[in-house]
Design a protein around this ligand. Structure first.
Ligand code: HMG
Ligand code: MG
Length: 296
C-alpha cells in the first residue's frame, strides 16, 4: 500500500556537491535557499567531515551560518564528536551519522570497522541528546558494495538495529552504487519491515544503473514514506568508484504526482533550482523531468 504523503529529504547540497567539482559558498547558499523556496522542508546542508577527505564540504559551517531558514530542518553529516560539535556551533538541528553494511566500504569511507563506527557514534549520540538534536542514521551499501559485491540483507538488518538502538529516529538505506533492482529492494525491505516499523525507514538510491525510480516505486509500494533525493540528480560518493548521482528530486516529485501521493514541492521552482546549480557546475541536470520542463 502506498503512503498518502511522502517526505523528501533533499541531499543535493551534501551528497550531490560532495562529489562534484567545488562550487563557491555563495552558490551553495543560493542553492539551499532555492530548494527551501521550492517547498523542501528537510535539507541536508553539508558535512562536518575531514576536509582532507572531502574538500568540497570544507565550507559547511560558512554555508549553514549564512542561512536563515527557520521553517526548514537543516541537517548535516557528523561522523564523530568533532563533527557534531562543529555542526552544533554552526546551528545544525539534525545530525546524520553514517556507517555501512559492508566492512570494506566502512573502512574506505570512515577509516574504521562497522563495530568501531558504532562505538564512535555513542559520543555523537550523547552530545546530540544533551543538545536536543535529532539523529538520522545512514547505512551504505545495502544492495551491493563496490569492494565486496553482494551484501547479505541480514547484515543490513543488524546495522540498522544497532543504529536504532543507539537512538537514531530513522535509518536511511543507501544503495550507494546504484546496483539494486526492484526485486532486491522488495526482498530487503520485506525482511527489515518484520523487525523495524516503516516510519523508521527511508530509502536513498543512487541512479548508476538507472533503477532508482523503479526502486523507489517498489519501496513506496511497501509503505515507505521517506525518500532521499538530490536536485538535478547531482552527486555520487567519493569512496565508491563509478557511483553516479542520487535519484533526481524532480523525477521523484513527478512520480509522486502521478501516483496521487501528497508532497509539498513546487516542481517548476525545484527544476529552476537544479538549472541554477548545474549552471554553476558547467553542466545540465541529470533529470529527464527537469529537461522536459525546461524545453517547454
Ligand atoms: P580519521 O583520519 O580516521 O580520523 O578519519 P582521525 O580522528 O584520526 O583524524 C584525522 C584528522 O582529521 C585530524 O586532523 C582530525 O582533526 C581531522 P589532523 O590532525 O590530521 O590535521 N578530523 C576532522 N576534521 C574536521 N571534521 C571532523 C574531523 N574528524 C577528524 N569531523 C573521519 C575519520 C571519519 C573523520 C574521515 O574518515 C572522514 O572525514 N570521512 C568522511 C567520508 C565522507 O564524508 N564520505 C562521504 C559521505 S558518506 C556517503 O556519501 C554515503 C551516503 O550518501 C549514503 C549512501 O549513499 O550510501 C551517506
Ligand atoms: Mg549517498
Amino acid at each position: 500500500v502506498f503512503p498518502q504523503k511522502v517526505r523528501i529529504v533533499e541531499v543535493g547540497a551534501r551528497d550531490g556537491l560532495q562529489n562534484e567539482k567545488a562550487v563557491t559558498t555563495a552558490d551553495k547558499v543560493a542553492l539551499i535557499n532555492a530548494l527551501a523556496a521550492a517547498g523542501l522542508k528537510d535539507i541536508e546542508a553539508g558535512a562536518f567531515v575531514s576536509p582532507k577527505w572531502v574538500p568540497q564540504m570544507a565550507d559547511s559551517a560558512d554555508v549553514i551560518s549564512a542561512l536563515n531558514l527557520p521553517d526548514v530542518n537543516l541537517s548535516a553529516l557528523t561522523p564523530n564528536l568533532k563533527g557534531a560539535q562543529a555542526a552544533h556551533a554552526a546551528g545544525i538541528k539534525e545530525f546524520a551519522i553514517f556507517t555501512a553494511a559492508s566492512e570494506s566500504f566502512c573502512q574506505k569511507n570512515i577509516n574504521c570497522s562497522i563495530e568501531q563506527s558504532i562505538e564512535r557514534f555513542s559520543d555523537v549520540m550523547e552530545f546530540a541528546k544533551a543538545h536536543n538534536i535529532k539523529v538520522r542514521g545512514y547505512v551504505s551499501c545495502v544492495l551491493g558494495c563496490p569492494y565486496e559485491g553482494e551484501i547479505d540483507p541480514q547484515a543490513v538488518l543488524y546495522v540498522s538495529q544497532k543504529l536504532l538502538a543507539l537512538g537514531c529516529y530513522e535509518i536511511s538505506l543507501g544503495d550507494t552504487i546504484g546496483v539494486g533492482t526492484a526485486k532486491k529492494v522488495t526482498e530487503l525491505l520485506t525482511l527489515l519491515l518484520q523487525h523495524i516499523d516503516k516510519s523508521q525507514l527511508a530509502v536513498h538510491f543512487h541512479d548508476t544503473y538507472g533503477q532508482a525510480l523503479t526502486n523507489i516505486y517498489a519501496a513506496l509500494n511497501l509503505g515507505i514514506a521517506t525518500v532521499d533525493a538530490a536536485v538535478a540528480g547531482l552527486g555520487g560518493c567519493p569512496y565508491a568508484k563509478g557511483a553516479s548521482g542520487n535519484v533526481a528530486t524532480e523525477d521523484v516529485v513527478y512520480l509522486l504526482q502521478g501516483l496521487g501521493i501528497k508532497h509539498a514541492i513546487d516542481l517548476q521552482r525545484l527544476s529552476d533550482a537544479g538549472w541554477q546549480i548545474t549552471k554553476a557546475l558547467g553542466k545540465q541536470p541529470v533529470s529527464k523531468v527537469s529537461i522536459a520542463l525546461h524545453a517547454k
